[in-house]
Write a protein that binds this ligand. Structure first.
Ligand code: HEM
Length: 378
């Protein structure tokens, strides 16, 4: 989906988007799994007993588990160790994607392929992820159609069968493996980085953290695992999460696009075949649209009565035909994980650490600088 064009892109994108949406919105199964994983994430943090820890790995683990759940179906079929290895390879590939090495590799891939360097590790990671997915596809084929719960692979295999006689169909094993690989590579670190920023912003703004916790305490029953439908009672929590996405802006640019015909946008001619790179910061930090563009301010998403408002300028998932395929899935995970963590813990700096470093590490996905925090049970 990500790096294709034309008919292949159109078919794979529309199918991928429809199935991810169906899994998370229409079939409540996946949402329940995310809730259960939210509970396990809380448990993993609790095991750290309030000591200083880097939360990123716990979060990455939970997110890639949920992408496995969406792709492979249920019950969850993967051992912890295999999941760790998979997550490590995804993370390696994403980190490489934003490096100088990736630029060099993309300039001369045929030559670079024979030279040593970090790109060789990235190529191995990419191969690992693909062969991991390939094995799952084989398992699904060998086990036949599922009787009840389904994941993306099951839907795709069923669709391949119905399209078997259509010569224009692009549904085949290779595109199935690549679609799932796209989900892992583009989705895992994007959600994990956003949640890492969310916890860091909460440490930097204890007053805002306390307001989120007040809302969670007053708006919901005390022992309830927060689910996505609860967001309607939690406008402040929603506003905080949107503000995290706006200010952290974890994908600085949209994917590269090529202009297919001459177009005139606000008086500027963009000729056919121009390479277009959308600068998401120019909208997310636009000083003419946001009251305090560079400052963390949840009021950007609240009206005077404290009601949640939707803003057209809020485009962390980009906009248009090529916008993020995983948006509903990502938003459900972000909300459930964030709300359950804030309900269970107060996040603060380790003893003796002064100031919070909110400088970003620029890359394909923008993470905060590595940090440690304490998750103090409430
Ligand atoms: C916080 C989480 C996420 C953010 C902020 C995000 C953001 C984005 C952005 C900015 C793009 C580029 C769109 C463009 O070029 O116009 C994109 C594309 C994409 N995203 Fe996401 N994403 C997230 C999570 C996910 C997840 C969880 C999945 C799938 C499981 C996913 C799947 C994709 C795919 C397949 C594309 C390529 C779409 C295409 O080329 O047509 N994303 N995403």
């Amino acid at each position: 989906i990500m790096f294709s064009n034309g008919e292949t892109w159109w078919q794979q994108r529309h199918f991928g988007r429809a199935i991810l949406q169906k899994l998370v919105i229409e079939q409540k199964d996946l949402e329940h799994q995310i809730g259960e994983e939210g509970r396990q994430l809380v448990e993993a943090f609790a095991n750290e007993k309030g000591e200083p820890m880097d939360p990123t790995w716990h979060i990455l683990h939970s997110v890639s588990k949920m992408i496995c759940a969406a792709a492979f179906g249920h019950p969850f079929p993967i051992e912890d160790e295999a999941l760790h290895t998979l997550t490590k390879h995804i993370n390696t590939l994403v980190k490489f994607g934003g490096s100088v090495g990736a630029v060099l590799y993309n300039i001369a891939p045929t030559i670079m392929r024979y030279l040593p360097g970090p790109h060789q590790t990235a190529i191995s990671s990419c191969e690992f992820i693909r062969s991991f997915v390939r094995k799952e596809v084989e398992n699904h084929k060998n086990n036949g159609p599922p009787h009840e719960r389904r994941g993306f692979i099951d839907y795709y295999l069923a669709h391949m069968k119905t399209e078997k006689t259509d010569s224009t169909s692009t549904f085949d094993d290779a595109n199935l493996v690549q679609s799932v690989t796209d989900f892992f590579v583009t989705g895992t670190d994007a959600i994990a980085a956003t949640l890492s920023w969310a916890l860091l912003f909460m440490v930097a703004h204890p007053d805002i953290q306390a307001k989120v916790q007040d809302e969670l305490d007053n708006g919901l029953e005390s022992f309830k695992v927060v689910c996505y439908a609860d967001r309607k009672q939690l406008p402040y929590t929603r506003a905080v999460l949107n503000e995290v996405q706006r200010l952290s802006n974890i994908k600085l640019f949209g994917l590269f696009k090529l202009c297919t015909e001459n177009v005139n946008i606000l008086g500027t001619l963009i000729p056919k075949d121009t390479l277009v790179i959308t600068d998401l910061c120019s909208v997310l930090l636009d000083a003419t649209k946001w009251e305090t563009p560079e400052k963390f301010n949840p009021n950007h998403f609240l009206d005077n009565d404290g009601k949640f408002i939707i803003r057209d300028e809020f485009i962390p998932f980009s906009a248009g035909d090529r916008s993020c395929v995983g948006k509903p899935f990502a938003r459900t995970q972000l909300f459930i994980f964030f709300a359950n963590l804030l309900k269970a813990f107060t996040f603060r700096q380790p003893e003796g650490v002064e100031g919070v470093n909110t400088e970003p590490v620029i890359g394909a996905i923008v993470y905060p600088q590595p940090y440690k925090i304490c998750a103090v049970p409430r």
